[in-house]
Write a protein that binds this ligand. Structure first.
Ligand code: PMP
Length: 389
């Protein structure tokens, strides 16, 4: 058979290659790179959680679970979400255990969208959002956020992009890549916007626990008026350092969940059983497990704020997640040139801001889910590098 793009799915062929992948391909050709480029915790999963997965296998838990996940786990999730996010979900019908928030998002978009439906999302954002919407036959409509507003999402910007074809709004706070968080007033204003335009809100709150300066995350799930039109995505990858377990969950009203579950049922069956036992264990003492990691992240964030200020690199305050998004425009290089030249000159990897959308131009993303010694060395090298520009 002869190959050719005309034999493949047009809407997938037409997707751009991930900018982050292209940059990582360059990084992978080099040795001894200090990387502030990865989007996952440098910590290993707490041992008692790993042990729970091992123990489940020793006990012979090597079979499928129910499609939606272990009911004990869904109950624990509902309890956690009630305590932490201020929302009540019925574990039997409104909670689904997924293979990462990635699967949760994919299922949600496929459950909601008919071809041509528009989805608003804000940029700079997680690299998957635009492509995920397009893969679900939707039309991605990016709304820019700006450093002047600390990358918060404004209702004026949303109003400028909403149309009669807009079906949903996808938001992510605390934000990858900017570290932006929302204040309670922002959450209320965005909720009003969603209600006014009769939209569905998909809120990816995977970094919910990672907020700094004494802040507490304000969840869209805490707004009662959104209850019937909100899909909440959350998971274990970030706050519990469990990326490889691929464990997350979706909370949604039963009328949406029914359709999301259908996609999960036919496409996935169920999430990995051993991972579900690990997640169940992760629910036992979340505060204790997270505390040392959260302390370390905040110290690193503080260090980066001071250090970038000292070397004359402007940066808004990244008040959540584990990313700093310094502004490098003043050095006269594009984001990509800056990242490539920094890599070549000093063997330090940061991600060009444009990997997260065109309005990321002028910024680079520095992940501080990297050991402090590495961050210190990286900053020394970045300071040396910018002095040459
Ligand atoms: N959402 C955001 C905003 C993320 O940054 C990531 C991971 N980088 C994900 C979702 C995917 O997470 P998971 O490992 O749960 O699939």
């Amino acid at each position: 058979m002869t190959g050719g793009h005309d034999r493949l799915a047009r809407h997938i062929v037409d997707l751009p290659k991930s900018g982050i992948r292209e940059f990582f391909d360059i990084v992978s050709t080099r040795r001894g790179v200090i990387s502030m480029a990865v989007g996952e915790p440098d910590f290993d999963t707490p041992w008692h959680i790993r042990e729970a997965a091992i123990h489940s296998l020793e006990q012979g838990c090597s079979h499928y679970t129910g499609n939606a996940g272990l009911i004990e786990l869904r109950r624990a999730i509902a309890d956690y979400v009630r305590a932490r996010f201020g929302a009540a979900y019925d574990p039997a019908h409104e909670v689904l255990v997924t293979v990462g928030a990635s699967e949760g998002l994919d299922n949600t978009l496929r459950a909601l969208l008919n071809p041509g439906d528009e989805v608003l999302y804000h940029e700079p954002c997680f690299v998957s959002y635009g492509p995920e919407i397009a893969m679900a036959h939707g039309v991605p409509v990016a709304v820019e956020t700006h450093v002047e507003d600390n990358f918060r999402l404004s209702v004026e910007a949303l109003e400028a992009k909403v149309t009669p074809r807009t079906k949903a709004l996808l938001v992510n706070f605390p934000n990858n890549p900017t570290g932006a968080v929302l204040e309670e007033a922002d959450v209320r204003a965005i909720a009003d916007f969603v209600l006014r335009h009769d939209l569905i809100l998909i809120s990816d709150e995977i970094y919910a626990e990672l907020t700094w300066d004494g802040r507490r995350h304000v969840s869209f799930a805490s707004v009662p008026a959104l209850r019937d039109r909100l899909v909440l995505l959350h998971g274990y990858s970030k706050a519990w350092a469990m990326t490889g377990f691929r464990m997350a969950y979706v909370c949604a009203p039963a009328w949406i969940m029914e359709t999301i579950l259908k996609i999960h049922q036919y496409g996935i069956m169920c999430a990995s059983t051993a991972s579900q036992y690990a997640a169940l264990e992760a629910m036992r003492q979340p505060e204790e497990d997270m505390a040392p990691m959260l302390r370390a992240y905040e110290m690193r964030r503080n260090f980066l704020r001071t250090s970038f200020a000292e070397c004359g690199i402007p940066m808004h305050n990244p008040a959540g997640a584990f990313y700093a998004f310094p502004q490098i425009a003043r050095f006269g290089l594009s984001s990509r040139e800056f990242a490539v030249r920094l890599l070549e000159a000093e063997n330090v990897a940061v991600v060009p801001g444009t990997a997260f959308g065109p309005c990321g131009e002028g910024f680079v993303r520095c992940s501080y889910a990297t050991a402090m010694e590495q961050i210190k060395e990286a900053v020394t090298r970045i300071a040396r590098f910018v002095r040459t520009l």
